[in-house]
Write a protein that binds this ligand. Sequence first.
Ligand SMILES: Nc1ncnc2c1ncn2[C@@H]1O[C@H](COP(=O)(O)OP(=O)(O)OP(=O)(O)O)[C@@H](O)[C@H]1O
Ligand SMILES: [Mg+2]
Length: 416
Amino acid sequence: MALRATTTAGEPDLLFLPWAVPLEAWPADLTVALPRGISRHTVGFVEVNERIYAVKETTEAAARREYDLLAELRRLGAPCVEPVGIVAGRQDADGEELAAALVTRHLPYSLPYRALVTPTLRLQTGERLLDALVVLLVRLHLFGFAWNDCSLSNALFLRDAGEFAAYLVDAETGELRPGLSDGQRRSDVETAALNVCGELLDLQAGGMIPEAFDVAVVGDELRMRYEHLWMTLTEPVSVTGDDRHQIHTLLRTLNGLGFDVGELSAEASPDGTSVHVRPQVVEPGHHRRRMMRLTGLEMHENQARRLLNDLDSYRAIHGGGADEQVVAHRWVHDTYEAVLARVPAELRRRIEDPELVHEVLQHRWFGSERAGRDVGLAWATDDYVDQYLRHAADEAILLVAEAATDALDAKPDEQA
Ligand SMILES: Nc1ncnc2c1ncn2[C@@H]1O[C@H](COP(=O)(O)OP(=O)(O)OP(=O)(O)O)[C@@H](O)[C@H]1O
Ligand SMILES: [Mg+2]
């Protein structure tokens, strides 16, 4: 049977990968050692034209289903990996049939949870990971996507202005519907809680989490946080009189979770003493889009929100009534690029650019608070580089040490 390949435009060279060889035996000069989660299928990373792709061996039907689901989810604006191709009809030199492959774009700077969980992990970081997963699940449910296999290993985590943002990586078991019933949502949350507890038990068995830590509590936390976020997003809120503070608190909670509230529909109660407020949630990503429109810079939502604060305050001081876009352009030159240009070249790629600029601006703020005066951008950059960046692990090419690779590569059944 002949090789059948479908790839999105722009990467024809993917067709020339050694498809007649099983993924496990691909030459080392083609593959990239990046951390990845536990998986049943063989998954590998390859570099083609300076771009990194994830290749997963599976059946043709499964590859196609997952490809279509991921494409549809991305079209809706859901945070998930980008599918780029399917390769089927593979045969080795002896004419033996080989598994089909799904190719996705490697999500830059993403880390599987196993690369984030270390014996020194702080409880707070663990909670942020869990929150990121809950936000992802709620977002997917709002789109009508039942994941059916939500787990830490089926998500990827990106640092986003000190928080984490979770992305869906494994959509194989999912279903997209016009909407989900409460029962469907609940069963998805149950699966998530069970999976996460199982993953934590694995980590505990491997000595990554203290013995004394009660893993079951995390399952309960997940259910509670999910329920809380879902209610906040979908239930009307009662506000008495002109208690605007309550509305502001609600908006801040939602914004903090990466949701933007487009409109509030208010409705007075029959006796006229209270107002019901139903936040109408619009597509997340407002700040990201505004940053893109003003500066052409691409970044995550929280990063954009923080950096836009800096841009807005820059505009207040240096704007002089000039057009927003013109001032934004100057800000990119005077701040964003100024920071990056000051960072020694060999350390530049350790942290994603917008995250680096965000960290420096935060460092400047803390430094200025301590000094009682503005310490300036140049000082803040140099001090940040010396104090933190030099000691940070390289997140762009986090080459896993051999021991860690073994742990990451281990199939679940071998681990038991
Ligand atoms: N596009 C990508 N970017 C970054 N990492 C990826 C990508 N695709 C896959 N991975 C990594 O490979 C791992 C396995 O992928 P995936 O979960 O799709 O495989 P699987 O075999 O279907 O898993 P399961 O055992 O849950 O069925 C993920 O946990 C992730 O770490
Ligand atoms: Mg998986």
